[in-house]
Design a protein around this ligand. Structure first.
Ligand SMILES: C[S@@+](CC[C@H](N)C(=O)[O-])C[C@H]1O[C@@H](n2cnc3c(N)ncnc32)[C@H](O)[C@@H]1O
Length: 206
């Protein structure tokens, strides 16, 4: 069920920044810095942060209800390591993270944007794939999941062409890992047994 819209926006102070903030000061501790794009109802972000309290986790979700609800749930649970930003990741991410500063980028079940006129809204496109590669540390990981097979194939092609390394071989999807944290949407597919296409790509060391 959709949450009611909470009154206070989340993460808007980051949106106009022209340069990365001091993330150590923002979180109050040092540690890996991870990004999730399109966190939706927040199932993955919240559970991942709970399991990994040493990770500083920034989640983008442009639907205000979901973004605010996720941040509120993190605060109610006393979590210090999650910041949700209710904005379009494609425009803000390149300005608020320094090149080579991210340990992991998570992208789960991105909207497939079926209509041709909407295709430009897709997160994984050649230019933005290069931006994401540049923001990761050498050896940093890109974790992607989707239920849409042709989008999965197309995204993998774009990411590999941008310079991401696929340790399993070009075009090969990653098997299900029971240790990974499922997203809200993924839980549905795990229950129904419908296929999920996963990729774990790496930024080459040099
Ligand atoms: C299909 S939902 C999946 C949500 C979640 N990752 C999951 O697996 O349950 C995709 C989400 O990405 C968000 N989204 C799509 N493009 C975005 C963008 N450019 N910036 C921020 N959020 C975006 C949508 O609002 C939506 O909540």
């Amino acid at each position: 069920m959709r949450p009611a819209l909470l009154p206070d926006p989340v993460g808007l102070k980051f949106v106009p920044l022209e340069a990365p903030p001091d993330w150590d000061a923002e979180f109050g501790f040092t540690g890996p810095l991870e990004l999730e794009i399109g966190s939706g109802a927040g199932g993955h972000a919240l559970e991942y942060c709970r399991r990994n309290p040493g990770v500083r986790f920034v989640a983008f979700e442009w639907r205000k209800k979901y973004a605010r609800d996720t941040q509120m749930r993190a605060e109610k649970a006393g979590m210090k390591n999650l910041r949700v930003i209710e904005s379009d990741a494609r425009f803000v991410v390149p300005r608020i993270f320094a090149p080579g500063s991210l340990d992991v980028i998570h992208l789960q079940f991105p909207d497939p944007w079926w209509k041709r006129s909407h295709a430009k809204r897709a997160v994984v496109q050649p230019d933005f794939a290069k931006v994401m590669l540049g923001l990761l540390k050498p050896g940093g990981r890109f974790d992607m999941r989707t239920d849409v097979q042709d989008r999965a194939v197309a995204m993998l092609e774009i990411l590999e062409a941008a310079g991401f390394h696929n340790p399993l071989g070009a075009g090969v999807f990653h098997p299900y890992d029971p240790e990974e944290v499922p997203s809200t949407r993924e839980r549905r597919y795990l229950a129904s047994g419908e296929p999920v296409y996963r990729a774990r790509l790496v930024k080459p060391a040099s």
